[in-house]
Design a protein around this ligand. Structure first.
Ligand code: ARG
Length: 433
């Protein structure tokens, strides 16, 4: 009978123990499969270069790994019942087909650095995906900002009517805010872009491993030199990614809140075609913003991910501990969730309708007081006197707004600097994409 564990000796582990310790791995690890094969390909190439495999063995193993990669590409890769993780599955497939040659692949390696390298490669790709999704939302926001740059809307402070704003500013603000989230994404990418392979169980190996070679083979920017630091990066990579995701989620959640509020009848700033709203089982008139409520909820939850990781990894002893496996349960769904929220936001923005005539409503009259104060000031009246003059008009119910708005400085209603913001984003994304 074939042993079901890489570490099998002359006993089989208790079924309950197995289920509890394997947890979600047999499902989650499927997402690591292609990276596991990629890591193994680099590892065996290196083993051959230091004389631990013959050229013929390297060729046979590479061909077989390529065959496994094809199975993955066809979506047919499975982790068979009784096999605990992707690393075991790939090694069992190799030994099943190649016998002793397959058994040589794990020299100078441990599942600890194997899972690390899988995760680094996986996180790089996931962060790229998230970056692409951010870019799509960013582009959409920027184009809406330009399209509606002349449409005014109220600006609020303390949720009280404050000064004129515009749809150009509103959409454009969220676009520029995403630029800073992408800064964090770039930092997370750089953290992931380091080779941990060769750290083995966490303390290196007595084989003369060529770690620079696997770094090059896998296209990493650099390596975690210190083998203990390499092992310590488990959790750190995920934490950096989680912080970037949380940052994006905070921007997106904030935007979702605005949308819910601006769709409310009391505001009436924006709307969506009926088919993008949801109804009520009792109130026949309802057209609810459920999409943005779910988005807000998901984004709020995503902001707890760095905290979950911090608690999971707090005060762990140095070196590998099995707790680290649970990082996958936290970070895998998070990358998918944020990309999904971004794509849904972009989709909805394609259909957003903007109310072009908001400010003629008298409830917004006081938006223009500062404009009037400034006009008096430009006419030569000292600012404090102009402030008092308009203030007294408001106080006595005599204020009549002049509704013309003339903002021209950098970043204001009349000068959105859309191009300059796009350039900031482009420079950051060039580093990842
Ligand atoms: N499933 C394990 C993880 O994700 C793989 C590494 C197992 N290593 C070990 N020493 N048991 O951490």
């Amino acid at each position: 009978m074939k042993p079901s564990k890489l570490w099998s000796k002359d006993f089989e582990p208790d079924k309950m123990i197995e289920q509890f310790t394997v947890g979600q791995d047999r499902v989650l690890d499927l997402r690591l499969a292609r990276y596991d094969v990629q890591g193994s390909m680099a590892h065996i190439k290196m083993l051959e270069s230091i004389g631990l495999l013959t050229a013929a063995e390297l060729q046979t193993l590479t061909a077989e790994l390529q065959r496994i990669m094809d199975v993955i590409d066809r979506g047919e890769f499975v982790i068979e019942p009784g096999i605990e993780d992707v690393h075991s599955q790939v090694e069992f497939m190799l030994t099943e087909r190649l016998g002793d040659t397959g058994k040589k692949i794990h020299s100078g390696r441990s599942r600890n650095d194997q899972v690390l390298v899988d995760l680094k490669l996986f996180m790089r790709d996931e962060l790229k995906n998230v970056a692409r999704a951010v870019k799509r939302t960013f582009d959409m926001l920027q184009s809406l900002s330009e399209q509606h740059k002349d449409v005014l809307m109220p600006g609020y402070t303390h949720l009280q009517v404050a000064m004129p704003s515009s749809f150009g500013l509103w959409f454009g603000a969220y676009a520029e805010s995403l630029v800073d989230d992408v800064r964090m994404l770039v930092a997370a990418y750089d953290t992931a872009d380091q080779n941990p392979l060769g750290s083995a169980a966490g303390y290196g190996s007595s084989f003369p491993l060529d770690r620079e070679m696997t770094t090059r083979e896998l296209g990493f920017a650099t390596l975690h030199y210190n083998v203990v630091a390499a092992q310590m990066s488990r959790g750190k990579t995920e934490r950096a990614a989680a912080m970037a995701i949380a940052s994006i989620a905070s921007t997106l959640g904030h935007f979702a809140m605005d949308v819910c509020m601006y769709m409310c009848q009391n505001f009436g700033f924006i709307s969506f075609p009926d088919e993008y709203t949801t109804g009520s089982s009792i109130m026949p008139h309802k057209k609810n913003p459920d999409v943005f409520e779910i988005m807000r909820g998901k984004c709020n939850r995503l902001q707890s991910v760095p905290n979950e990781i911090a608690l999971l990894t707090a005060n762990l002893p140095l070196g590998y501990n099995r707790d680290l496996q649970l990082l996958k349960d936290i970070i895998f769904p998070a990358t998918t969730e944020i990309a999904g929220c971004l794509d849904m936001c972009t989709f909805m923005l394609h259909h957003i309708r903007v109310n072009r005539d908001i400010l003629s409503d008298p409830r917004y009259d006081y938006l223009f007081t500062v404009e009037d104060v400034n006009r008096l000031t430009l006419g030569g009246m000292p600012f404090r006197e102009a402030y008092r003059t308009v203030g007294m008009q408001v106080q006595h119910g005599e204020y009549v707004p002049d509704r013309s708005v003339n903002h021209t400085h950098t970043g204001s209603i009349g000068n959105l600097c859309t191009e300059a913001i796009a350039l900031k984003m482009q420079k950051l994304l060039e580093h990842i994409l």
